[in-house]
Design a protein around this ligand. Structure first.
Ligand code: GLN
Length: 541
């Protein structure tokens, strides 16, 4: 079959759920029997998301191959369960870097290298390479940003050129926003009409419009958009806010989006397979009892906590729902414990706490205090990457009886570097070679048989995704192990400690990796599942 491409672009404003919409469309088409791949194109000049501040741009999602990508790749994986790699992620920086490299290698054979068509051609080449690698029948390409933004133009130009070459294989979905100004109490479609006009000026007409709004889109609005934008009414899809992001695709299917898209692109439904997803969605809506999980972190800009910690949040959700609990996530800013230790008492109200990943010193003393408090008060604790290092430091301070125990990232001159700089990182840090140079992507670990983790995973060997520069210092392994810190997982190739567990505590586990990237709604991550189970147990006690 000739591969088909669906481009997803945003209208009116950003953050209206283009990523979830793209992931949902991927899942819908997959459930109807097609092999899909999702691609995210980001407009920034950064080569990847690894150097971008999380509080501003959201989580850095790590792929199996170690790509540091936009958080939307996480949405794609959670919905379609298809592994994403660097092929699924394109940025302006990558595109220019490749074109310039080729120019330096004389690959343009003496021709001028032009912004158009050479840049759009490289964008197309990358999209096609991803299609080929994944052997996808339908490839969904999401463009970051919103139509009308200058930096989007070259990507739109690439899509237009591809449509011109392959008119029967290329389609466009506009994800737009329809506001209801509170003074009027009436939904407005004009901004969407302008967005369509702007898209038209790039030589593109949308084949579908997904109308994001706080409410369903009325028939009369659909009529207006249909007339003004020359689109059949059935191709204007209502996409109101829903209970959970996993309901988005159920909502789309209620409007029959799968059939409408397949008909438009000239394909047939081969099967229908959303029974488990529907069951899951119904179950989630009927859950009453809560489990309260505190996230002790520092990247809190209270508008976007969700974006910053999206995979952690979703992993909590998946596991809480699995155990028939409604997740109640509480944001706990670690810096306040440093200013007033009395504040730590709020942790008593948590059923479990998580210290997620992070970089740099700010807030880490408060995290160490929280880890120590969780140990003493037997509150379930789950440390993710930095959270594992924090847990190790908290233990070392107690066992070695010195406040000096630390990580060389947080206190370069510490005399007790229980977390130290990985050997290969020393040179990189000196050269300020930061981009894409951490220990990244999937690495194996062997688990200790009598450990909480081994029981939770149900296997002795695992593979998880990493993103860190600092590691557990093996010089301290013996003394810490002798004094109650169980080394539950070790990387067999490099003898790196991957998992630590507290003896004499119901559930205190720190992992050097990021399990949150591998949790799926219908298949929660085993460690998160076990952590929530322990949290429910604490709640009952
Ligand atoms: N800053 C720590 C390190 O680089 C932890 C990284 C993380 O949490 N992802 O090792």
């Amino acid at each position: 079959m000739t591969p088909k491409y669906i481009f997803v672009v945003g209208g009116v404003m950003s953050s209206v759920g283009k990523g979830v919409a793209s992931a949902s469309i991927g899942k819908i088409l997959q459930s109807r029997g097609y092999k899909v791949a999702n691609i995210k194109c980001d407009m920034y000049v950064n080569i990847d998301a690894g150097t971008i501040r999380p509080a501003e741009h959201g989580e850095v999602f790590v792929g199996e191959d170690g790509v540091e990508a936009d958080q939307d790749l996480g949405n794609y994986e959670r919905f379609t369960d298809q592994v994403c790699t660097r092929d699924n992620y394109v940025t302006t920086g990558q595109v220019y870097q490749e074109v310039i490299k080729r120019e330096r290698n004389l690959e343009y054979k003496g021709e001028d290298v032009e912004v158009v068509p050479d840049i759009p051609n490289e964008i197309i080449r990358r999209i096609k390479a991803c299609q080929k690698k994944n052997q996808s029948e339908i490839t969904i390409v999401e463009f970051g940003g919103t139509v009308g933004e200058y930096q989007l133009l070259l990507f739109l130009e690439a899509a237009r050129m591809l449509k011109w070459k392959e008119p029967k294989n290329v389609f466009f979905i506009l994800v737009s926003y329809l506001p209801t100004p509170s003074l009027l109490g009436e939904q407005k479609s004009k901004p969407t009409q302008y967005a369509v006009r702007t898209l038209n000026s790039a030589g593109i007409s949308p084949d579908f419009i997904l109308c994001r709004a706080d409410r369903p889109v009325s028939d009369s609005i659909k009529n207006t958009i249909s007339t003004v934008c020359s689109l059949d009414k059935e191709r204007i899809i209502s996409a109101p806010d829903v209970y959970s992001i996993y309901d988005v695709l159920i909502n789309f299917e209620e409007e029959n989006l799968g059939s409408i898209i397949l008909k438009a692109i000239g394909l047939k439904t081969k099967k229908k397979d959303l029974i488990d997803w529907n069951k899951f969605s119904n179950k989630v809506k009927n859950i009453k009892e809560e489990v309260t999980i505190g996230i002790v972190g520092k990247y809190f800009n209270f508008k976007s906590c969700r974006d910053t910690y999206i995979s952690v949040i979703e992993s909590i959700n998946h596991s809480a729902w699995w155990h028939n609990r409604k997740p109640n996530i509480v944001w706990l800013d670690s810096e306040k414990y440093e200013n007033n230790p009395e504040e730590l008492k709020e942790l008593d109200k948590m059923d479990g706490i998580i210290v997620p990943g992070g970089f740099g010193k700010r807030g880490t003393e408060g995290m160490i205090m929280a880890a120590d408090y969780a140990f003493q008060k037997k509150i379930p604790y789950f440390g993710l990457c930095l959270g594992m290092q924090i847990m190790t430091i908290a233990f070392a301070r107690r066992i070695l009886n010195t406040k000096d125990a630390n990580s060389t990232e947080l206190a370069p001159n510490t005399k007790n570097p229980v977390i130290s700089t990985m050997e290969e990182q020393k040179k990189l840090i000196k050269e300020k070679s930061y981009g894409g140079t951490m220990r990244l992507g999937a690495c194996p670990a062997k688990l200790k048989e009598k450990s909480l983790s081994c029981k939770a995973y149900g296997v002795k060997e695992i593979s998880e995704r990493h993103r860190h520069r600092y590691e557990f210092n093996n010089d301290y392994r013996e003394i810490l192990e002798k004094n109650g810190l169980r080394i539950a997982g070790v990387n067999p190739e490099r003898n790196l400690v991957e998992i630590v567990e507290a003896e004499n505590h119901p559930w205190m586990v720190g992992v050097q990796f990021h399990p949150e990237f591998k949790s799926r709604p219908l298949e929660p991550h085993p460690l998160f599942k076990d952590f929530i189970k322990a949290s429910i147990k604490k709640q009952k006690a």
